[in-house]
Ligand binder design. Sequence first.
Ligand SMILES: [Zn+2]
Length: 336
Amino acid sequence: MIIRGYSIIIIFVVLLFGCESSKKSVDQVGNRNSKRTITVPSFNRDSAYYYIQKQVDFGPRVPNTYAHKACGNFLSDKLKSYGAIIQEQQFAEQAYNGEVLHLKNIIGSYNVDVKKRVLLAAHWDTRPYADKDIEGRYEPIEGANDGASGVGVLLEVARILHKNEKPNVGIDIIFFDGEDYGEHEDIENVPMKNGLVQIWWCLGSQYWADHPHAPKYSAYFGILLDMVGSRNARFFKEGGSMQFAPKVVEKVWATARSLGYSNYFVNTNSPGIMDDHIFVNRDAKIPMIDIVEYDPHSPSYYFGNYHHSKKDDMSIIDKQTLQAVGETMLYTIYNE
Ligand SMILES: [Zn+2]
């Protein structure tokens, strides 16, 4: 995900208008009118951390590499082993530099017969360049937080859905590919495609929004996770989410607050960014929010100093942050 995209997001607006169980009940998280009492299963931070480590162990998950292919197979197999109905979308897409990327979106569905659905997503590819570093700026990053953290939290959600009573809603987990293959920071003029302005980021979500995995697919709402694992992370109410899906933001932030996680889910707005949720909102018309770290004091603007850097490794991942995000996810979906 990029911040350069903030200027692009403004263009969009113009165009548009132009087992284990905590035994806490959902009533405790605000649904006080409900007569049902649902047991929300516990989120296991160690398990989520393990899934992040597993991805990092493959090496950088850069499209057209062996590590990318091997990790993609691992993610599919893992979702399948947790009882999800799997669909893989394989497609080829041109990158900003003319290279043809072989990409794969991975979709795992639960409660497939239920009409009311919630979409949970993260990107599983990693940035081919550490272009915010001073040295090695054309070498790939490990992407422990930028990529693997969101996927790790969602794999743990999948494990829990498999082991416990399902929520009332259907759940679709999508791992988008090709999110982070945008142009290198050194490139001053973003290349066009067939004479048109092109967004070279978020290739998987752009593809999926044009080719949903099920005919006439829709979801009640969606949540995107990106960079949700670093120590002392702060999630602000991101501008694109507030533009497209303010009610979903309020719902999720209220849930986090009721669980005691207001220190992570900050009650303040942040600027909008280009990320996969933009295409799910704009093209697939599904109100989707982005839970993404924002650091107002960061020297690299918006993100922590690990962003698109070799610093983005396991040493910055903190289990307490994973717990805050994962528990908030579970309480949100079991409360529907
Ligand atoms: Zn990124």
